[in-house]
Design a protein around this ligand. Structure first.
Ligand SMILES: [Zn+2]
Length: 396
């Protein structure tokens, strides 16, 4: 039975608590203060010690010496990096309901599932994306079956352009582009035709296509020629045949030309035939850096430390890419490459308060490529704390 006495008691406690906080209420203009870290916000060329203040789920201030008394809660991050919420534009995190939460705990506040599902199962995938704790969007596979280990494009009848178009129209806010895998084992001799069919859908709807390059039957320049401004090439470090280097050992002119035309080049670390140190080191030597750094995430890769996001970013420090540029590839650039994430990937005032606290560790760290070759780097980026919309995310 409801007790009047208990009601009075709890009400009394509540008002006492409210009263006790009163002296602070007026001074606390911020909900959270992330204090004393090295803030790297490549979108605005920021790389300096500063405090980040958060109010109502957005960045409210970024400057030095913000008083702790001005915030309800303060986190001291001295000696650590403070970067915008990471954006991973190539994952397969829609397959299990728990996957997005794992990525979020690693610092990925905005995430793309790149082609796990085609029109057959896109509605179900959209439901997963809607329920995800992070901002999850999808590229629909041009094959209605979605990713198929046996090759989703070996039979072109699996490309249903009408169903694909309708799926995008039905879920405009969640299905934000198209994925086409073009390797021999996926598409065989259909690679070029599948890509052209994908463009007939993507063009009129003005959405990007992401192609998975490497080991295709058609030569890469012929595939690149079909790409429009804003399209994305993932698996840039694929070993031959049909990687980004010509037989003369030079970067293909068509690759340089595609970048000039506004085509993005993405990493897509992955597990198999997508990244070898040989190709990555030659590419670095040629001064051709990726625009975006993505993981091609599946849970197995995270568990093995092959490609949680910190590990993949660290590989680029080892390859000689400057830290701010590495962070930029997973924040500012990723937001530019994926129009659905416009305005994210920055700590500008009034941006969403997606913030990641990372540690830049010094030591000896081993990194593997897709052939399990080992390289040793001197630095490692490790995610310590993630905030999404100003809310602290528990580590997983
Ligand atoms: Zn993939």
């Amino acid at each position: 039975m409801f007790s009047r006495r208990r009601f009075l008691t709890s009400a009394g406690v509540a008002s006492l608590a409210t009263f006790a906080r009163l002296p602070n209420v007026r001074a606390e203009q911020y909900d959270l203060l992330i204090k004393g870290g090295r803030v790297i916000d490549p979108a605005r060329n920021v790389d300096r010690l500063a405090d980040v203040a958060i109010a109502n789920g957005t960045v409210a201030a970024l400057r030095t010496n913000i008083a702790a008394s001005s915030a309800a809660d303060t986190v001291d991050v001295s000696g650590k990096l403070v970067v915008p919420g990471l954006i991973d534009i190539h994952t397969h995190a829609v397959r299990e309901k728990e996957d997005a939460a794992l990525c979020l705990a690693d610092g990925v506040t905005s995430i793309i599932d790149a082609g796990s599902r085609g029109s057959d199962r896109i509605d179900e995938a959209v439901d997963v994306a809607k329920a995800a704790p992070s901002r999850m969007r999808l590229l629909i596979n041009i094959s209605k079956t979605g990713n198929d280990p046996n090759g989703e494009l070996l039979d072109l009848d699996k490309v249903d352009v009408v169903a694909t178009r309708k799926a995008i129209e039905r879920h405009r806010d969640y299905v934000v582009g198209i994925k086409v895998r073009l390797s021999d084992f996926v598409a065989g001799k259909n690679d070029l035709q599948a890509l052209k069919l994908a463009q007939t859908v993507a063009g009129p709807l003005n959405v990007p296509i992401m192609i998975h390059m490497g080991q295709s039957m058609t030569a890469l320049p012929e595939l690149l020629a079909v790409l429009k401004r804003g399209d994305i090439v993932t698996h840039l470090y694929s070993p031959p045949p049909n990687g980004i280097f010509g037989d003369d050992g030079m970067l293909l002119p068509a690759v340089l030309d595609a970048r000039k035309r506004g085509v993005w080049f993405d990493v897509g670390n992955g597990l198999n035939k997508h990244l070898t140190w040989d190709v990555a080191e030659r590419t670095a030597k040629a001064g051709f850096w990726p625009d975006t750094i993505s993981t091609d995430w599946v849970p197995m890769g995270r568990a093995d430390q092959i490609f949680n996001v910190g590990t993949v970013l660290s590989k680029f420090l080892m390859l000689g890419m400057p830290l701010a540029r590495v962070i930029g590839c997973a924040t500012a650039n990723a937001a530019r490459a994926m129009p659905a994430f416009k305005g994210l990937g920055t700590l500008a005032v009034s941006a969403a308060a997606d913030v990641v606290v990372m540690e830049l560790q010094e030591g000896r760290f081993q990194y593997v490529d897709n052939e399990h070759a080992i390289r040793t780097g001197r630095q490692r980026l490790v995610t310590r704390t993630t905030f999404k919309g100003g809310r602290r995310i528990a580590a997983l």
